[in-house]
Design a protein around this ligand. Structure first.
Ligand code: FES
Length: 594
């Protein structure tokens, strides 16, 4: 018996219910190159349907979620909860959430340094945003280098993007004292080195310094970048301060997901938010929070990705008129969870309002000024000071120049000893980290509290990766004698959780032949924060002769990422970005901080 006529084959791509996305939206974006767009889409849909998606789901705006959860990164230990909440927000707003992994970097689990890997993470973030179909992206970051890396990558990719901060850790308690990473880590380690506490107490406090998942609880680089991200307009209002394990943090995550869908619909691309006005606001906030010196490096790098300049001259100019208002460690007393209870960034921005560019657009589609109005009035609190009663009358950072740093250097004056900010002393030189480790604790080290410690070879190319080794330890014999601070100079960085009279980011660095390379034991060095000067007291002729007789061989590598890094990394004043990742300079509109 013959079969009847066969049913016609169903079309390869049956029409799906609901509105079809425009060809360059959602799953239709960035089709893989097979030479046949129809086939590329057919294949893409076939594979994603293997995960059980329907056509109705696949027709929605696609919101990528950059997942930086990692067992090596406890600062992102709440990533699974955040992703769940972001997905909820995306779906409530009618979008399709798509989680994807990227690199994750934790400060204590990255060798040689986290900074060495920041640009790699930014490239990963940029290329995964470009390569995969998405109409907007939620960037989940928190630990020091992750937020700048994500903002750099997203800025280069150019899509609508919104930052979700993982949030700070809770504080712990040790023998009746409140403690938190990492200012107290350094303080207790300093006490151990000075013989003030024994090994058992050091082990005990080690259990209390990080009381939950989340980022460091003081105004270190992570908290600094959280505040900067909100000041840039890149987070939901109030997105900087909720601790990692709170309901407030989860609610921000849900709102972030929903807002990402709205940004996709409105075409609110990142370039409309990262404007010169936004960078000026970010610099104001960096100064007013007594933020990490790393913040200026990261801001310069992010700005460079959209063709804007954030330079040391601008930082110093704004710093002279922007007081430190936030009473957080290491410049003050409190922790991030206290800042959140005090109202978070709305409280700070309200106080800074006369100094801000209120027309700057944010991810909500409203301006910073409009968001401040919506935040309503403040309430009594003791974490954010008023401008007439600041923690420190000027910004947290000052920019130094002189024959030791022709391209500039930074000092965090709000965390320095006022007695040492006008100081001349004898140089005690360490040629590199290994030299310092070998000699700094020896009893025969020729050093006094009036000397100036100099550490070379820890700049962007030295080490390499500009380690946070600028916080040179007090030599053991001075620490035992009760010395708490000493002038220190290097071309490296310092954790935002550290404190002391410490000159950082000396540019150009010693590894590329900067004058720092020519400092010798016994030279005199003069620091004047009031005059913004850092000078080696030798004649120009003598310095030139030393450079001629002792040229510096720049570090090189044979292969891999290290080779790329050493060949293309820029100096601190240009954000330690790779030269080929920066954008062409944008035209300077009205309001450009430069
Ligand atoms: Fe991750 Fe401090 S180590 S924020």
């Amino acid at each position: 018996m013959s079969k009847g006529p066969e049913a016609p084959e169903p079309p390869l791509l049956p029409p799906s219910p609901g509105p079809q996305p425009a060809p360059e939206q959602g799953l239709h974006k960035g089709l893989t190159s097979y030479g046949d767009r129809g086939f590329s889409l057919f294949l893409r849909k076939a594979f994603i349907k293997g995960a059980g998606y329907t056509d109705a789901a696949l027709d929605r705006p696609v919101i990528g979620i950059a997942d930086t959860g990692s067992d090596y990164n406890p600062c992102h230990g709440n990533a699974p909860q955040l992703i769940e909440a972001v997905k909820r927000g995306v779906m409530l707003a009618g979008g399709l959430p798509m989680r994807f992994p990227t690199l994750s970097i934790h400060e204590s689990f990255a060798a040689p340094t986290s900074m060495f890997l920041r640009n790699l993470m930014s490239m990963d973030t940029e290329e995964m945003i470009r390569a995969q179909p998405m109409d907007a992206v939620v960037l989940i970051g928190g630990c020091d280098k992750t937020v700048p890396a994500q903002l750099m990558g997203a800025a280069s990719a150019g899509l609508p993007a919104i930052q979700l901060i993982t949030g700070s850790m809770l504080t712990g308690h040790h023998r009746g004292e409140r403690v938190g990473a990492c200012t107290d880590c350094r303080r207790y380690w300093g006490r151990f080195r000075a013989g003030e506490i024994d090994a058992q107490e050091t082990a005990d406090v080690n259990n209390q310094l990080v009381a939950s998942v989340g980022t460091c609880s003081v105004m270190g680089t992570a908290s600094t970048m959280a505040c900067i991200a909100e000041a840039l307009g890149m987070t939901m209002p109030g997105g900087a301060s909720p601790p990692a394990v709170t309901a407030d943090r989860i609610r921000i995550a849900e709102q972030t997901g929903a807002q990402a869908v709205q940004m996709a619909r409105d075409g609110l691309v990142i370039g409309r938010i990262l404007t010169p006005a936004a960078f000026e606001n970010a610099l104001r906030v960096l100064l007013a929070i007594g933020g990490s010196t790393n913040g200026i490096v990261h801001l310069a790098a992010i700005a460079g990705r959209v063709g804007h300049a954030v330079d040391l001259h601008t930082l110093d100019r704004l710093g002279r008129e922007t007081p430190v208002l936030l009473d957080l460690k290491p410049s003050g007393q409190h922790y991030m969870e206290d800042f959140h209870k005090a109202g978070g960034m709305a409280t700070l921005l309200r106080e800074l309002k006369p100094l801000l560019q209120l027309d700057a657009l944010t991810v909500t589609g409203r301006t910073l000024g409009e968001e401040l109005e919506r935040a309503g009035p403040g309430y009594p609190q003791d974490v954010v000071r008023s401008r007439d009663r600041p923690i420190y009358p000027q910004g947290g950072m000052a920019v130094l120049r002189g024959n030791l740093a022709p391209g500039g250097a930074i000092i965090k004056q709000s965390a320095a000893d006022a007695r040492l900010m006008e100081h001349e002393g004898r140089a005690v030189v360490f040629e590199n980290l290994e030299d310092m480790a070998l000699r700094i604790d020896r009893d025969d080290l020729d050093v006094t509290a009036d000397d100036v410690l100099v550490l070379k070879q820890i700049g962007p190319k030295g080490a390499p990766g500009m380690p946070e080794a600028g916080y040179i330890p007090i030599p053991m014999k001075l620490a035992r004698a009760g010395v708490k601070d000493i002038v220190r100079i290097s071309d490296g960085r310092m954790s935002g959780t550290a404190f002391g009279t410490i000159v950082l980011h000396v540019t150009p660095e010693s590894a590329v032949g900067g004058p720092l390379a020519q400092v010798r034991n016994g030279d005199r060095i003069r620091l004047s924060v009031a005059r913004r000067e850092i000078n080696l007291l030798v004649s120009d002729a003598e310095l030139a002769l030393r450079m001629q007789n002792h040229p510096v061989a720049e570090p090189t590598a044979e292969r891999g990422y290290r080779k790329l890094y050493l060949q293309t990394v820029l100096q601190a004043d240009q954000g330690v970005d790779f030269d080929f990742l920066r954008a062409a300079p944008a035209a300077s509109p009205k309001g450009d901080p430069d």
